[in-house]
Write a protein that binds this ligand. Structure first.
Ligand SMILES: [Mg+2]
Length: 209
């Protein structure tokens, strides 16, 4: 695949691996709304790590475009303000992910993201599934998160939406020192090799990029 840009080549490799591993292992779905969006959902907690490491190895240090990544729960989606969210998640109910309210002004966020994309940034989501979850629930959560993004930020054409099992190191998706992460979890920010920000000033930080 010599003519494709690196990220596309990596995506091709990843997609191929996902197809090979599909069935009990991996599920990979292209986002129906936007053909440029890569929607990757790893359902196999044991094998996902190997695939993620492979993905990182193929991409790190060679990607030209800087990427701005967003966590969802507690960063742009107010999951923890949904009444009864924890017992519902424990009962493998996806309702709290649907009910979560946006945490910043999404008209402004969408406008800024579209502008940054025109400036050459990639825009992505890296989100964990629920802490205690069956493979089926992981899958349902990933689909719900994807639908939430489509509902609340319909004009944003995500370059990648990645939902990984709870606890997966997000730094696996940091491909250059300029890559940005917005995340409410200190451990994710501390483990990030690029630039990591808490959730207090998302819009202001984006305006300054
Ligand atoms: Mg979070």
């Amino acid at each position: 695949m010599p003519d494709l840009p690196l990220r596309s080549r990596v995506d091709q490799i990843l997609l191929t691996l996902c197809i090979i591993q599909d069935g009990p292992g991996f599920v990979n779905r292209q986002n129906q709304q936007n053909q440029n969006t890569k929607f990757v959902h790893f359902v196999d907690r044991q094998n996902a790590k190997h695939l993620l490491l492979y993905y990182q190895k193929e991409t790190i240090g060679r990607n030209k475009k800087m990427r701005i990544n967003f966590d969802m729960d507690g960063t742009i989606a107010n999951l923890y303000a949904v009444e009864g969210w924890l017992p519902m998640l424990r009962a493998e109910d996806t309702t709290p992910y649907k009910m979560a309210k946006p945490m910043v002004n999404f008209s402004t966020l969408a406008r800024l993201l579209n502008k940054l994309q025109r400036k050459g940034y990639e825009i992505a989501v890296i989100s964990w599934g629920s802490k205690v979850a069956s493979a089926e629930y992981d899958k349902a959560v990933a689909e719900t998160k994807k639908a939430w993004l489509a509902k609340h930020l319909p004009s944003v054409k995500w370059d990648a939406v990645t939902v990984v099992p709870y606890g997966t190191p997000k730094n696996l998706f940091c491909f250059s020192a300029g890559d940005v992460l917005f995340d409410d979890e200190a451990q994710n920010r501390n483990g990030w090799s690029g630039k990591a920000y808490d959730v207090g000033n998302i819009l202001e930080t984006l305006k300054a990029l």
